[in-house]
Design a protein around this ligand. Structure first.
Ligand code: SF4
Length: 269
């Protein structure tokens, strides 16, 4: 492993749990400074839209979902409207997100269940949300954390990869990762921690080529050196606002410093 900048060259000792927790909380604080504008990267205006967008985000990018949902919500703005949709019309609208037949079945099923069991409203409890077709714990946590303000850790591919690189956990199973990370941080941090870590994974700590040489938390990261350490080459790997490129949301929050994503089919600015 290469030496992170600012670290003395000495034999590493095994890290105590207390030291790991302190380091983890410091990484969270530093990420909060790097990404004060961290937010969910799916466009939504209400819990129903977030629920649908999260179901559509399986096996595709948030960008592709955000480019697909404006036409979908214009056609079916409520659970009642979506529950009454013809399957083939729904499939056609969500086709760009892939797996559109299975996703269409989930959307029809969950809209019908919302109408029949929850009075056409998205429920704000995890035990109710996970009874909806196509809704697992991850989707439920996204909806609770971002549409209802209930703290939750969302373990997606970026989150899992980064917390293992940070050596906060060695678990691979998302539910076990969630449990171990929840034990490190106070509840009030869970939702924003999830956004900051995912932001960092998308912009700097990429799956295949982490930009270690341009990483502001490198001195705190035991996996420094897994990616490009040359600062100039690393800077060229940066994505989204860090690399001067558009973000994932067509309608980002007002404090987002980057460019909004282009609509479906439009050339990137
Ligand atoms: S980019 Fe490198 S140094 Fe930064 S968090 Fe990822 S692995 Fe660690």
């Amino acid at each position: 492993m290469k030496q992170a900048p600012g670290r003395a060259a000495k034999q590493p000792k095994p890290e105590s749990r207390l030291a790991m927790i302190r380091r983890a909380r410091r990484i969270n604080r530093e990420l909060a400074e790097v990404y004060p504008y961290a937010h969910p990267e799916l466009d939504f205006r209400n819990p129903f839209e977030l629920l649908v967008a999260t179901v559509l985000s399986a096996q595709t990018t948030d960008l592709r979902v955000n480019q697909t949902t404006p036409a979908l919500f214009a056609a079916y703005p409520t659970p009642e409207a979506m529950a009454a949709a013809a399957p083939e019309d729904l499939e056609e609208l969500i086709r760009p997100t892939g797996f559109f037949r299975a996703k269409s079945r989930s959307l029809l099923g969950l809209s019908q269940a919302l109408c029949e069991k929850f009075g056409g409203e998205v429920p704000g409890r995890i035990e109710d949300l996970v009874t909806l077709p196509g809704v697992g714990r991850k989707t439920a946590n996204v909806v609770l954390g971002n549409a209802f303000g209930v703290p939750g850790i969302t373990v997606d591919t970026h989150f899992g990869r980064l917390v293992r690189r940070f050596k906060w956990t060695e678990q691979e199973d998302p539910e076990k990762v969630e449990e171990e990370i929840c034990a490190i941080f106070p509840k009030s941090e869970w939702t924003m921690l999830s956004h900051r870590v995912v932001f960092h994974g998308r912009r700097i700590c990429h799956a295949r080529k982490p930009a270690c040489g341009a990483c502001p938390i490198a001195p705190l990261c035991p996996s420094y050196g897994e990616g490009e350490t040359d600062p100039e080459k690393a800077r060229k790997l940066l994505k989204y606002e860090k690399g001067g490129q558009p973000g994932q949301r067509l309608s980002p929050p007002a404090d987002y410093p980057g460019l909004p994503a282009p609509p479906l089919g439009a050339p990137a600015p």
